[in-house]
Write a protein that binds this ligand. Sequence first.
Ligand code: GLA
Length: 383
Amino acid sequence: MSQAFINTFQQLYAAQPDGLSSAPGRVNLIGEFTDYNLGYVFPAALNFRTQVLFRARTDQQMVVHSQNYPGESDRFSLQDPITPGPSQWGNYIRAMVYVLQQAGFTLTGADLLIDSDVPQGAGLSSSAALEVAIGGAFNQLSGLALTPAQIALFGQQAENQFMNCQCGIMDQMISAQATAGHALLLDCATLATRAVAIPPELALVIVNSNYPRKLVDSEYNGRRQDCEQAAAIMGVSTLRDASMDLLQQHKNAMTAQQYKRAHHVISENARVLATVDALQQSDMTQLRLLMQASHQSLRDDFEVTVPATDGLVEICQTALGSKGAVRMTGGGFGGAIICLCAQQDVVLVEQAVAAHYQARFGLKADVYVCQAGAGLTVQTFAA
Ligand code: GLA
């Protein structure tokens, strides 16, 4: 955290902050759109983080500024009904207040200053990082005694109940619970987790397509409905409980779309577990085949890729050949792709993206070479 960040807080609020809450964005290695079907996911936190300086107020007001949106701010009273406000980023803070109050918690007013280097609109969970960091700040300020997992669940509720996004639990859970240097196998049915070390020679290379994401929430929520309908037709409560055999038995009772959505989810769950083994064995051939199959399934069955992300995957996979594993990552409809490769081969990705992406798609991509970061941290400052 920089001194300039603290100085800005002091200038805005004429006081020292009480503490700092910090939560990361994430990249998903594999297990896409499986979380809300109560399946498996395998994400890692990034070293990009959202930081929140906080200070208690005594007047039941919540005042919020963000270094990412200079000149904008939000202010609301904890005694009034919580409704959407003037700024989209400010609504994430309102959403966290809303769900915590609904759960019966009494919150203390606060002065907040946010700063984030999580790329926005890239499918790297900048919103989950904000929700979890805010949850960590409120937990400390109001003495809520929440566990990181509970903070994550409130972050998901904030999306589901206030932000109109019917997302699963993956993004908030990895942001709250990550271990540095590890990916996290999460069973979304039980919320059991297992940290799996990422071999140190492996780089997490993220390429942001910068494709403008549009109508993402409505498409996202529509996919979730397809999955729920497919599960209902098969007589299971979620797709986690369905097998390929069961799917084939009910194929004729489904629309082609429902069948394809379910086919993706059932096959993806199996790929997650196989990927955990392949990563532990540093088996690049298996990793490549599994990530390739995941991408094809997301393209053809779940239909959440766009030509720009399909093209980026092809460019990077061609450049890496047998030395890397590549697929789209995150919520789709643009966003980013992930390449797993040795540190010394990152340059192959950088060169290939520079040579071919803009020429083919008219967009400039950003390449981030990341390490797996740690989850939520909250610290208080000595008075
Ligand atoms: C978004 C959602 C997650 C998950 C992914 C797709 O990131 O927030 O819950 O569904 O999309 O895997």
